[in-house]
Design a protein around this ligand. Sequence first.
Ligand SMILES: Nc1ncnc2c1ncn2[C@@H]1O[C@H](COP(=O)(O)OP(=O)(O)OP(=O)(O)O)[C@@H](O)[C@H]1O
Length: 225
Amino acid sequence: MIRFEQVSKAYSGGAQALQNVSFHLGKGEMAFLTGHSGAGKSTLLRLITLQERPSAGKVSINGHDISRLRSAQIPLVRRDIGIIFQDHRLLMDKTVFENVALPLIVVGFTAGEIRKRVQTALGWVGLSDKAHCYPIQLSGGEQQRVGIARAVVNKPPLLLADEPTGNLDPKLSMDILRLFEDLNSLGISVLVATHDLGLIARMRHHTFTLKQGRMLGDSLAGDDL
Ligand SMILES: Nc1ncnc2c1ncn2[C@@H]1O[C@H](COP(=O)(O)OP(=O)(O)OP(=O)(O)O)[C@@H](O)[C@H]1O
């Protein structure tokens, strides 16, 4: 699903964020990406979403080399990737339903299709009864789940999450990770970037570890990181 081959990224200011990074996340797999602050996690995710381009090496998604893609093709690749942020980035003046519907409106689905898909996505995250609430009326964990429903409403083959539990307490964080596991069992490949080694250690998934821009050998969560 995601393959990095000898990928390096130097920012124009001179910072060498990634050096010769190679790793593979298989189709239908779920894995963690970890490392200290500044290790390069966000940079790695931004290379997948094409917000940044590699300075060297090859990035492939679903067998397609995206390192040298023309700008016009970028939206097509992004459509296949659901993205979840720490600060969920919901529109506060729109209802839960409207927030989750946004990616479908952009693509041009009919009203009936949108209703069906939004209801399905809200069902996945356990918020079917909150469709007409505004984000302000929801708890932090519920808001994060709305962000997750929005990311998966298009049924993307790949889900990326950047510190998705950063603002949540341990119990809610675990609930969110269990939700990712449920989505993974529907066939969605999942890559979760997180600092939270305690959380990772409680789950058995591959863990890719970055240290100062280099990828250490990957390990199973719970092994000595
Ligand atoms: N737009 C940018 N321009 C210049 N340097 C950058 C840019 N973004 C990141 N960097 C640098 O690249 C390195 C990796 O940063 P990155 O944000 O990828 O790390 P991270 O592991 O996600 O950190 P954190 O966990 O704190 O978010 C850091 O040294 C950072 O200062």
